[in-house]
Design a protein around this ligand. Structure first.
Ligand code: HEC
Length: 444
């Protein structure tokens, strides 16, 4: 840009582009960058937050400018693994999408390239209000385990704990939230109901559990996620006598941290909802590989096996939906693999598309980071959500990297006391794999 244009832009007002005293139009912390970083990063990179360093003031953020740009460009920060490609454009935008807009990313990059100038605190842009992520409503039940949990500090831990919501009759759940006790160690929480109530046998004890089968999923929570609310007009039925179970993934942390007591908030309604919501796993969550298609590394016959030292192994499934299945709509979707996974997509192919429907929707595509598995929720009213019905086909593809170049593999091997990759097959342990979608559906 010619110099006279620069000074013209500056004379138009520091408010717009944050010109500093030297007349350069580089963005500055106070005028341009602080509002972006505080909004998009500040929730975690703040004192007492879960991130290992703060970014919410100039002194902390300036030395991190290049690292911040690198993390944003790589798509690792803010943690949100869903992404779009020419081949996979989900049918609706995502709710609470924390990613930076292109303009915000450009501003951050220009600031870092200019040497992370501070600008003038006297004319600082107004900072966004912290977003209140509270579950609202008048019938909210807080549940907490009967005992705290103290992590060992030397390895990641996966534990389950059972709580009693004391349901004398069936009730309708419209939303829930997880309030971590010790944010330093709580990394992700899966909440499910145990309709048979058998987990009551655990008492107040926390039991080891890496993956969960049985039980009805209610929500997957990771730090920074807002409360989970089922679509307006819908609710999940939780039956009388059911227990509520939390599976908590604790970070190693490197030291014995303060005891944790994580709470769940459940929001109930007494009014019969118009729509029933369910959250359910699809794919090979259980022992058999349903709908598994032949793959390049199969030996004799179709098998779910990720050979040691393969960098790009692919498993694909195509699962026909039984003809009698009634029509439903997808409101949320999550991908799920273990430590070897790298990328996953879920597509929905319609047997007989209706007039306004595409023959196929790519419901979601995500990279994979075990620590940041989250639920992606479509930002649209029920009428505009993608629909499915009997005669359709679910198609899922999972990519794996079973080499030491994959940090997840390094971590799983270290936990198992191994130093070379091994063949990985279907199962529930951290050195087994899965290819699972977790979908939120509503139907009448
Ligand atoms: C939901 C919480 C959360 C948000 C939001 C978040 N971070 Fe992070 N960030 C973390 C955690 C936790 C780590 C530690 C590494 C890990 O667990 O992935 C981290 C690590 C980092 C790192 C270290 C290198 C890396 O890539 O792991 C950088 C740089 C970073 N964050 C920048 C940012 C920036 C810039 C933003 C905003 C645009 C942001 N983060 C938003 C939680 C968050």
């Amino acid at each position: 840009m010619p110099a006279h244009r620069l000074s013209l832009v500056c004379s138009l007002g520091a408010l717009l582009v944050g010109c500093d005293a030297t007349g350069s139009s580089a963005p500055t912390w106070h005028a341009d960058v602080a509002p972006i970083v505080v909004e998009k990063c500040g929730g975690c990179h703040t004192a007492g937050g879960i991130a290992p360093f703060t970014l919410d003031d100039f002194a902390a953020a300036a030395p991190m400018a290049d690292a911040a740009v690198a993390a944003v460009e790589a798509g690792t920060m803010p943690p949100f693994d869903a992404y779009e490609t020419d081949d996979c454009e989900p049918p609706q935008p995502w709710k609470d999408d924390p990613r930076l807009t292109e303009a915000e990313e450009d501003t951050l990059r220009a600031w870092a390239e200019a040497g992370a100038p501070e600008g003038n605190p006297a004319t600082a842009a107004r900072l966004p209000e912290p977003v209140e992520h509270a579950l609202e409503g008048d019938d909210i039940q807080a549940l907490e385990p009967g005992a705290t949990y103290t992590t060992s500090g030397d390895t990641d831990q996966f534990v389950c704990v059972s709580m009693d919501p004391a349901l004398a009759t069936d009730r309708w759940l419209t939303g829930l939230d997880v309030l971590p006790g010790n944010t330093e160690v709580v990394h992700h929480v899966v909440v499910f109901s145990d309709p048979a109530g058998t987990s009551a046998a655990w008492g107040d004890d926390y039991t080891d559990c890496f993956d969960i089968s049985g039980g009805q999923a209610l929500a997957v929570w990771v730090p920074g996620s807002p409360p989970l609310e089922y679509p307006e007009g819908s609710a999940i039925t939780v039956t009388a006598g059911a227990r509520i179970v939390m599976q908590i993934h604790y970070h190693a942390g490197g030291r014995v941290a303060d005891p944790d007591l994580t709470q769940v908030l459940l929001r109930w309604t007494n009014d019969a909802p118009e729509w029933t919501a369910v959250v359910t796993a699809i794919g090979n969550a259980a022992s058999e590989a349903e709908g598994l298609l032949p793959g390049a590394n199969d030996r004799a016959g179709v098998e779910f096996r990720i050979p040691a030292d393969r960098a790009d192994h692919v498993e694909t499934m195509s699962i026909p939906i039984p003809a009698e299945t009634q029509e439903f709509s997808f409101f949320s979707i999550a991908t799920h693999m273990h430590m070897v996974g790298t990328d996953m997509q879920i597509r929905w192919r319609r047997g007989v598309p209706q007039a306004d429907e595409a023959p196929e929707d790519c419901l979601v595509r995500t990279g994979w980071d075990f620590d940041w598995q989250r639920t992606y929720t479509y930002d649209a009213p029920i009428e505009e959500l993608p629909k499915g019905r009997g005669g359709d086909t679910l198609w899922m593809q999972c990519h794996y990297d079973n080499t030491l170049a994959n940090p997840g593999v390094q971590r799983a091997l270290a936990d198992a006391g191994l130093d070379e990759p091994i063949d990985v097959s279907l199962g529930e342990g951290s050195l087994d794999e899965m290819c699972v979608g977790i979908v939120g559906l509503v139907f009448k």
